[in-house]
Design a binder for this molecule. Structure first.
Ligand code: NOJ
Length: 560
């Protein structure tokens, strides 16, 4: 394959800092560990399991939202940005979790949800009780409806979760009234970021958590805060991904240039708490923005530190597709002097151990359920291990999602009646939604709820096959997925791969090969086994080599 592009400086002109090469582990609090046995994970549960993460060898944890919330979108509907949802614990539990993580050398990133509040937030309650045009309404995006009696939504935007992006309110006098915008569920009204009061509030929220010692924020829907001023109609289907060519018009609700002013202001706030390589506080953009050049704008030197690389997550499992996305990603972030990031799974997508078990080229499904084409579990796990080993050898920062270190698949046969993702309901079941990647994870094969908690309770049912994935079945077992991750993380650190330099090697169309940090990395995507050079010393492999010492199909090796 044409591998002319040699990537020389993986971290470009970025000030090296802990985040430029960090491996960051995402904890989804509902599903990580349940200390009180109510079937929903909690902060004390996480604290009790921190040794697992230290032992695994990650550098930081990112906690999905644990704030007071009616849980209409599993906590991404925040009713109070300065507290802890009682389901998950108390503010003291959060303080203790932060302190215990730090004591183990783990940095802590929390989730910030600025695009919308919960409809249970006091601001929204006040907005509903107030008159059209009032200061309380101007914190959100309220508009009169179209049509003679205002009975039509103000524009044609659709919610990312399905259905219209507007809901009509009943005014305090009982009459049908204005409409409010919600790009997600109707329980998640969008804030009006043109309002200085909204901006001031979030600066204060940043300070609240920085004062409690957090090392950074993952910023939810970072590309959505500013809407095109005229709220123009958009006749295209709604997708969270802006997905446009660099010179094509962008959807009026995504990736508007005005968002960058907000992040410049936040950067100053964070830097006032520490900006050195060791004590820098970071902002991570969850911005579904393509192409990579547009995404790179979020990580210019005076804005955020990192942005999730969803183009990488979405790339097909072929050598040309992986080569193209890796090259493009490194070039785009180097151009602005930021670290590249890599991610294969999170709480919004089908776990990669299942996604990669679907036929190559299958469009990304939004959940998999009974009656849907099922992934090939063996192929999926094999490719997932190969993909992870490839990812962990790339320069930059990598994100892991809880359970992937166990090779955990998606729950692909959840009964529809237990589904909780609003996407399922709002699309009338057309999209199964994200519950399948959010099922509580297995720790002990023979314990109730596989050790998720002290009881059998689990807010989503765990499949009976999950005993074999439990941590206690894998720890200390050579070749297990857990030991593969643990070994790879140790070698990644020893060889400085995260801050290294990637150089492609010439290879056939079905193979990717590059050097970094004194190691050569080779992934075989093709049907035939690939021989290694004479004398190659394999230090890590996602699958056993064949009897002739060759790299089999869908496998990655690191060798000296
Ligand atoms: C992105 C989050 O990752 C997702 O889980 C959530 O539903 C939406 N943003 C809305 O907050």
């Amino acid at each position: 394959m044409n591998t002319n592009a040699t990537h020389q400086e993986a971290t470009g002109g970025a000030t090296p800092g802990w985040w430029t090469e960090a491996v960051i582990y995402q904890i989804y609090p509902r599903s990580f560990a349940d200390a009180d046995g109510d079937g929903v994970g909690d902060l004390p549960g996480i604290t009790a399991r921190l040794d697992h993460l230290a032992d695994l060898g990650v550098d930081a944890i990112w906690l999905s939202p644990f704030y007071p919330s009616p849980q209409a979108d599993a906590g991404y509907d925040v009713a109070d940005y300065r507290g802890v949802e009682p389901l998950f614990g108390t503010l003291s539990d959060a303080d203790r979790l932060i302190a215990e993580a730090k004591a183990r050398g783990l940095r802590v990133i929390v989730d910030l949800v600025p695009n919308h509040t919960s409809s249970a937030h006091v601001w929204f309650t006040e907005a509903l009780a107030a008159a059209p045009g009032s200061a309380a309404r101007q914190r959100y995006v309220f508009r009169d409806g179209r049509g003679p009696d205002g009975a039509e939504p103000p524009n044609d935007w659709q919610s990312v979760f399905g259905g219209p992006a507007w809901s009509r309110v009943t005014e305090p006098d009982g009459r049908p009234g204005q409409w409010y915008l919600h790009l997600f569920d109707s329980a998640q009204p969008d804030l009006n970021w043109d309002n200085p009061e909204v901006r001031a509030e979030f600066v204060d929220v940043l300070r609240f958590w920085l004062d409690r010692g957090v090392d950074g924020f993952r910023v939810d829907v970072a590309h959505g805060l500013i809407k095109q001023a005229d709220l123009a109609d958009w006749q295209e289907p709604q997708e969270i991904l802006s997905g446009q060519e660099v010179d094509k018009p962008r959807p009026p609700m995504w990736d508007q240039d005005g968002v960058h002013d907000i992040y410049r202001q936040w950067r100053q706030v964070l830097d006032s708490y520490g900006s050195s390589a060791e004590d820098g506080r970071i902002l991570v953009a969850e911005a579904w923005v393509e192409p990579a050049e547009r995404l790179a704008r979020y990580v210019r030197p005076d804005e955020m530190h990192q942005a999730f690389n969803f183009e990488y997550l979405l790339a097909a499992w072929t050598a040309p597709a992986q080569y193209a996305v890796i090259t493009r990603s490194l070039e785009a972030t180097d151009a602005v002097g930021a670290p590249t990031t890599w991610v294969l799974s999170n709480h919004d997508v089908v776990r990669h151990a299942s996604r990669l078990g679907l036929p190559i080229g299958t469009p990304r499904p939004n959940g998999i359920g009974i009656g849907d084409p099922q992934p090939d579990a063996a192929v999926g796990l094999r490719r997932a291990r190969a993909a992870t080993l490839l990812m962990l050898a790339l320069p930059g920062s990598a994100y892991l999602y809880q359970g992937e270190e166990l090779g955990l698949p998606e729950h692909t046969t959840l009964p529809d009646e237990v589904r909780q993702d609003p996407t399922f309901r709002r699309t009338g079941g057309a999209h199964r939604g994200r519950d399948g990647c959010r099922v509580p994870i297995p720790w002990e094969a023979d314990a109730p709820s596989y050790g998720f908690g002290p009881t059998d309770a689990s807010w989503l049912p765990q499949p009976p096959s999950w005993a074999e994935y439990a941590l206690d079945r894998q720890r200390g077992v050579p070749g297990s997925t857990y030991e593969l991750y643990r070994g790879a993380l140790r070698l990644r650190r020893e060889h400085g791969l995260g801050r290294g330099t990637l150089r492609w090697q010439e290879s056939p169309d079905t193979v990717l090969s590059f050097t970094n940090g004194g190691l050569t990395v080779l992934t075989n995507f093709g049907p035939d086994p690939v021989p290694l050079p004479a004398g190659a010393q394999v230090v890590q492999a996602s699958a056993p080599l064949d009897d002739a010492g060759r790299v089999p199909t869908d496998a990655t090796v690191w060798y000296r």
